[in-house]
Design a protein around this ligand. Structure first.
Ligand SMILES: Nc1nc2c(ncn2[C@@H]2O[C@H](COP(=O)(O)OP(=O)(O)OP(=O)(O)O)[C@@H](O)[C@H]2O)c(=O)[nH]1
Ligand SMILES: [Mg+2]
Length: 432
């Protein structure tokens, strides 16, 4: 099944908790603090895999969790980091968080992209020892891992897009030149989803993509419409197939019929996307086995200034090998051009959420309509989720910090029964 969209839930691993422990020394029953730090939680990482070309794995499974970090241990032992979870995606996958594209994994080999970061491991009590605090009796909890609902969208990355009216032989051509085994039939719109095929020439490969047939009015939604054209938006080259047998009149080829067909598709392309219409285009006259051989020599070498490969028959594989051999240098040239494209021509902007300051003292206080006081701030929220409020020492540290950054003072006026105070998601009214 061809899947080009998937929605997934990812949760990175929680950090391991810090440990509270005391050194055992001879004659000293309770020595200095030696509780180690927790390990980092695993990240959820997307990895581009050249051998994948669908998002179908995300169709059956949608929830992914990376491993939790291990807790710290006595004798200053760090907990092990949680293993990252790698999810393979095909090249050309775009990742969206809501409407924001957070990653565009096009034409990148083995590229890794962290989509959810693991939580930080909590510090053990050994970490908190200082000249003024000789016996810290608390440790931090592990930070929860990031949790996101993401949508993945695959725009197939093919070198060549094959276009044309229904039944001109697009799928037959892809079957003749590549490893793909698409459905081929007499009726129109046999192809309902794009087919990808890998073409091998010598030791090189390139990818061709056959999309459902386009008809006049496709841009207005006729036939299958033209939404499938998005799959060939990133191709360097188009092969436009014309059915030569349709132009046969009394044993002669009527060139006007061919050019007319050609123009109709061109107009639909231009309406859909001028960028797509601007791509280098080669014309293939298919089904030459259905016209008399005497006509072969009179077929045009160019239509609308575009090079024509005449005398092709996908069904009998006539001249398909030489077509493929001629396409390889064009494909390599097109790839080079795409690579060298100036960055401003990039169609997709990858937006990153505004990086919040990581300072503890950078926070905002807002009152909501129900009287709840919401305090937000990246580092402060992290502190709260990592504070063990059941432990007096932790609560003391929390108070010290909120005092130092002026938060307690800022909240002074809200200290009454009508207000509950939250930092991030956590209610802290009684801890301040
Ligand atoms: N005689 C002959 N028939 C062909 C040739 N190429 C394709 N056909 C036939 O034309 C019909 C349509 O072929 P497809 O390859 O399914 O055409 P398509 O362009 O993919 O069609 P849609 O997917 O419906 O848009 C089938 O019956 C094929 O067998 C050819 O070179 N010669
Ligand atoms: Mg087809």
């Amino acid at each position: 099944m061809f899947v080009d969209e998937a929605n997934i839930d990812v949760t990175a691993g929680k950090g391991g908790g810090g440990c509270i422990s005391w050194r055992r020394e001879k004659f000293i029953p309770r020595g200095g603090p030696d509780g180690g730090d927790g390990g980092r939680g695993g990240n959820v990482v997307l990895i581009v895999d050249e051998n994948t070309d669908t998002l179908s794995t995300f169709h059956s499974r949608k929830v992914f969790k990376a491993k939790t970090g291990e807790n710290g241990a006595k004798r200053n032992r760090h907990g092990k980091d949680g293993a990252d979870l790698f999810l393979k995606v095909p090249p050309g996958t775009q990742v969206k968080d809501g409407s924001i594209v957070i990653a565009d994994l096009t034409n990148v080999e083995n590229k890794e992209f962290i989509i959810a970061s693991g939580g930080r491991g909590g510090f053990g009590n050994a970490h908190f020892k200082s000249s003024v605090r000789q016996r810290p009796d608390f440790a931090e909890l592990g930070e929860p891992g990031e949790q996101k609902k993401l949508s993945l969208e695959l725009k197939l990355v093919a070198d060549i897009g094959i276009i044309g009216f229904p039944s001109v032989g697009k799928s037959s051509l892809i079957a003749a030149i590549s490893s793909a085994k698409p459905k081929i039939a007499e009726y129109e719109f046999t192809t309902l989803v794009p087919n990808l095929g890998v073409v091998k020439v010598d030791d090189r490969n390139f990818v061709v993509c056959d999309v459902p047939g386009i008809i006049e009015g496709a841009s207005a939604g006729k036939g299958l419409g033209h939404k499938f054209l998005k799959h060939i938006e990133r191709c360097g080259i188009l092969i436009h197939i014309l059915d030569i047998s349709k132009a046969l009149e009394d044993g002669k080829v009527d060139l006007d019929v061919l050019t007319n067909d050609y123009k109709i598709i061109r107009e639909e392309l231009i309406k859909y996307s001028p960028t797509l219409a601007d791509k280098k285009e080669f014309i293939v006259l298919n089904k030459c086995d259905l016209i008399p051989e005497s006509e072969w020599d009179s077929l045009p070498k160019k239509i609308d200034g575009k090079p024509v490969f005449a005398n092709i028959s996908a069904a009998t594989k006539t001249a398909t090998d030489s077509l493929v051999v001629s396409m390889l240098p064009e494909v390599l040239k097109a790839r080079e051009e795409i690579k060298n494209q100036a960055p401003e021509e990039e169609e997709i902007t990858v937006l990153r959420p505004h990086e919040e300051s990581n300072e503890m003292s950078s926070y905002t206080v807002e009152e909501s309509s129900d009287g709840t006081i919401n305090v937000t701030g990246k580092r402060l929220e992290q502190l709260v989720v990592m504070t063990d409020f059941n432990n007096e020492g932790s609560v003391r540290r929390f108070r010290d910090i909120t005092e130092r950054i002026g938060l307690r003072r800022a909240l002074e006026k809200y200290r009454s029964e009508e207000h509950s105070i939250k930092i991030g998601e956590i209610e802290v009214t009684d801890h301040l």
